[in-house]
Structure formats: structure tokens, C-alpha cells
Write a protein of this length. Structure first.
Length: 288
């Protein structure tokens, strides 16, 4: 396949990635990415560094972005990407700080639930509104604690992703819901900061075709601007459904390999997603 040269979701050490923002940009440029979004979870702290790094390199443009975790009915971890935001907008920064406080409180609830389940862990000591602590950090903390070694070995859990899936997804012992924001609030905050709101990896949390159709149609009515139709875990039938529905709804279509770092077990390579014969509609994201 001809791999795309855009990659519009990536993560740095400002959230749950393993590389600093400048290094993410450098790795992307080496991989042939010409249009990159640094989209850390609930924070824009790495955007300025990423923009500066891109300015010193040839052939790559960075789109200021953020990935907001949001509530939608029974789904409490849908992700809304904000592209071309003003990453210095005071109202956006205030909202993100409040949502990180909620994320931090949720992390503490999950940590306590894991301790109740017999696991030991020490969370990173960060202020509630600073670097967001997410489930990957909690899973790593469980893996790192020596008191858990024998149990994790007996359960076949040898990496953070496996721990997360076993203990931190809905229906598992350590999972706890977030309380804010809603998808509508995330869209409104992105728009207020001058950005475009895009539903990230739709099949990650909503896995039935009819449910994806209904959810995207509802989000379009709420003002969302696009959908991440092209994604590393999407099948071609899923991609085709999203592309065709986006066209009906007048939405943009973006894509990414969701880079988290070179050693991540799933999201370790740029441009590792398939267009499945479709033409993306990036709209103003391609405009400097």
C-alpha cells in the first residue's frame, strides 16, 4: 500500500508517550511524515516545543492539537481531538486544567481499587492539574512494584498494556468512571479556541457498525467537524463505513497511527495505517 504522509495523532512525555515532544517530531520527520499533530491527553504543554522543533526541520509541519477524554452516556472515555487550536487560549487552558484535576481524582480512585484487589502501586507524585496521570501510568506503576511480580507472572501479565486490559478497562476490578467533560463540552471548548473537533478512533469504544453510525450522526448534529476514519486498528470495511458516512454528514476525515513511542507494543510506528483506497478530506488542516 502507499502509506499516507500525514499522521494526525501522537503523544509525548507530556501525557502517556515515551519521548519528549521535540523527539516525537524528529522521529516523525525521519519516518517521512510531512503533516503531524502532537495531541497529548488533556494538555497542550508539549505543543510549543513541537512547533519549535518542526521549524528547525525541513519537510514537516506540526498542527497544534489536543486529545480530550470525554463522557457520552454509558461511554466515559470517548476521545475528541482538537486541531488547529490556539494552544495559548486562556479559556482552553483553564478547562484543560479542570479536566486534569478530574483525571487525577479518577486515577486515585482506580489506584485505591487496585489496592483493594490486592495489588501494590505507587503513583507518580505530580500536582493534580499538572501532567495528567492516565491508565497507562497506573498500569506501569502496578508492573513496577516488586510486590506484584509473582502474581502478574502467574496471570501472564508482562507489560503495561496487558495489565491495563486485565485491570483497568470497564468491567475489571480497577476501573472507575470519569466525571467530566461531556463530548458536547469538549467540542465547545475546541471551537472556542478556534479549532476543529474530530472524533478519534471511533471503533475503540463503540464497536458495532450501527452504534458507530448513530453516534457519529449525533456528534455531527452537535457540531463535530470530522472523524478519524483512518486508524491503525481499523479494518478496511470500518474505514469505508466511516468515509462514506462522513461524506453524507459533511465531515472531514483524518487519520493516524497514534504514535506513543518506539517501544509501545501497538502504537510504535508512524504512518502505520491504511487509507483502504479512499481519499482523506483534511480540509483546513493542510493549510499552513
Amino acid at each position: 500500500m502507499t502509506r499516507p504522509t500525514f499522521d494526525l495523532q501522537s503523544h509525548s512525555t507530556c501525557s502517556d508517550g515515551s519521548l519528549a515532544p521535540a523527539e516525537v517530531v524528529a522521529r516523525a520527520q525521519e519516518a517521512g511524515v510531512t503533516l503531524l499533530a502532537l495531541s497529548d491527553h488533556d494538555t497542550v504543554d508539549g505543543v510549543a516545543e513541537a512547533l519549535q522543533a518542526a521549524a528547525a526541520l525541513e519537510g514537516i509541519t506540526v498542527v497544534p492539537a489536543v486529545e480530550i477524554s470525554a463522557l457520552d452516556g454509558e461511554h466515559d472515555d470517548l476521545h475528541i481531538l482538537g486541531y488547529r487550536i490556539d494552544h495559548t487560549d486562556p479559556a482552553l487552558l483553564e478547562a484543560l486544567a479542570a479536566w486534569r484535576v478530574d483525571r487525577h481524582a479518577r486515577a486515585l480512585r482506580m489506584a485505591e481499587a487496585l489496592r483493594d484487589a490486592g495489588l501494590a502501586l505507587d503513583l507518580p507524585q505530580t500536582p493534580p492539574a499538572a501532567r495528567p496521570i492516565g491508565r497507562p501510568h497506573i498500569a506501569q506503576a502496578v508492573l513496577d512494584h516488586p510486590a506484584n511480580a509473582a502474581r502478574l507472572r502467574s496471570e501472564g501479565l508482562g507489560d503495561p498494556g496487558a495489565v491495563l486490559e486485565a485491570y483497568l478497562l470497564p468491567g475489571t476490578p480497577g476501573y472507575r468512571r470519569r466525571t467530566m467533560p461531556t463530548v458536547d463540552e469538549a467540542i465547545a471548548a475546541i471551537h472556542a479556541a478556534g479549532g476543529l473537533a474530530v472524533w478519534a478512533h471511533p471503533y475503540w469504544d463503540v464497536d458495532a457498525d450501527d452504534d458507530v453510525r448513530a453516534t457519529l450522526t449525533r456528534f455531527a448534529a452537535a457540531g463535530i467537524d470530522g472523524v478519524e476514519a483512518f486508524y491503525i486498528t481499523h479494518t478496511c470495511p470500518q474505514t469505508t463505513l466511516l468515509v462514506e458516512l462522513a461524506a453524507e454528514l459533511g465531515l472531514r476525515t483524518t487519520g493516524s497511527a497514534d504514535f506513543h513511542g518506539p517501544l509501545h507494543r501497538r502504537f510504535s510506528a508512524f504512518r502505520a495505517f491504511d487509507l483502504c483506497g479512499h481519499e482523506p478530506d483534511l480540509g483546513p488542516l493542510t493549510t499552513p
